[in-house]
Design a protein around this ligand. Structure first.
Ligand SMILES: Nc1nc2c(ncn2[C@@H]2O[C@H](COP(=O)(O)OP(=O)(O)OP(=O)(O)O)[C@@H](O)[C@H]2O)c(=O)[nH]1
Ligand SMILES: [Mg+2]
Length: 299
């Protein structure tokens, strides 16, 4: 019989470097939401890739940053816990710019976890010349002994297979923890709430997205009069100010309608079922309140 291998892989890095995009690329499906705004990911998100006898369980983590709210303390804790618990670390960075404080902190965490670490230089599609990333590579090489340094583009897919092969070579022998056709362990309601939050991130500017949380109040499947299967979903978008509520709803409800339509289309594709999605907006100052944070699903 073919031998069985299974490896847990933490994907870490500062915000907005493309960690979630990279994990989606590995999985071949969008299991984690993506946006141009930093601090998009708030929870650890699992993405599963099974190729032959090898199962890789990726843990996409929130971008490492200096916590300013109870929510961001929670996010940083998610990163630190993930690093402590895996077989392989993947540190993602961008091709140019200085190494940040958060990246120094991550390197220290990875060192003390004593796991093999691969440095990934993402977004190489943005480079006119590959030489432009040399300074960054040199600087990171001073920080730590990486098992490999691999340039990729999560956007175009360049280098991703090389990276996946390299990661796979560190997977220890062991049983698979998930079904071989599984892509994630997130419940459907979590996936739907994340898709709605992604559409809020895509349509709102400035500080609004950071103060937004989405809660699925109700999700029920039924068969309609035409014999079609569909699901009714009620979701609440929480924001922190009346003025934010106004912007989320928009003139005559136009913005909320737009967010709802975009979210419905994506969620229908992911769940493979027609949806009747109803959105509400409520104001709640929640980001510095531990009980409220838990109520919003950050446990
Ligand atoms: N050009 C280019 N853009 C990319 C690439 N990978 C990701 N992006 C973009 O970078 C932005 C951030 O991507 P995310 O995947 O959300 O980044 P993240 O590291 O998960 O961010 P946080 O969850 O906030 O920590 C998005 O606008 C992506 O479309 C890439 O390879 N090339
Ligand atoms: Mg992310």
């Amino acid at each position: 019989m073919e031998k069985s291998y299974s490896g847990f892989v933490a994907i870490v890095g500062r915000p907005n470097v493309g960690k979630s995009s990279l994990m989606n690329r590995f999985v071949g499906e969008k299991v984690a939401i993506v946006s141009p705004k930093p601090q998009t990911t708030r929870n650890k998100i699992i993405g599963i890739v099974t190729r032959g006898g090898v199962q890789l369980v990726f843990i996409d983590t929130p971008g490492m940053h200096k916590p300013r709210t109870k929510l961001s303390e929670y996010m940083v804790k998610q990163v630190n816990e993930s690093v402590a618990d895996v077989d392989i670390g993947v540190l993602v960075t961008e091709p140019t710019g200085e190494i940040t404080r958060a990246e120094h902190d991550l390197v220290a965490r990875l060192k003390s976890a004593k796991v093999p670490v691969i440095l990934v230089i993402n977004k190489i599609d943005l480079l006119a010349q590959k030489e432009q990333m040399m300074a960054k590579i040199a600087a990171f090489s001073q920080e730590m002994d990486f098992e490999a340094i691999i340039p990729v583009s999560a956007r175009t897919g360049e280098g991703v297979d090389i990276l996946l092969d390299k990661i796979e070579s560190y997977a220890p022998e062991g049983p698979h923890f998930f079904d071989d056709d599984a892509m994630t362990d997130q419940p459907e309601r979590v996936i739907v709430s994340e898709i709605i939050r992604e559409k809020v991130l895509g349509n709102m500017q400035d500080e609004i997205p950071h103060g937004v949380a989405v809660v699925i109040e109700n999700m029920k499947e039924r068969t309609n009069a035409e014999g079609e299967e569909l699901a009714d979903i009620d979701a609440t978008i929480y924001c922190e100010r009346d003025s934010h509520k106004g912007m989320l709803i928009g003139k005559g409800g136009a913005m909320l309608k737009k967010i709802g339509t975009q979210a419905r289309v994506d969620a229908e594709r992911f769940l493979g079922i027609k949806l009747n999605l109803r959105l509400w907006v409520k104001v709640r100052d929640w980001r510095n309140n531990e009980v409220q944070i838990r109520n919003m699903g950050y446990k």
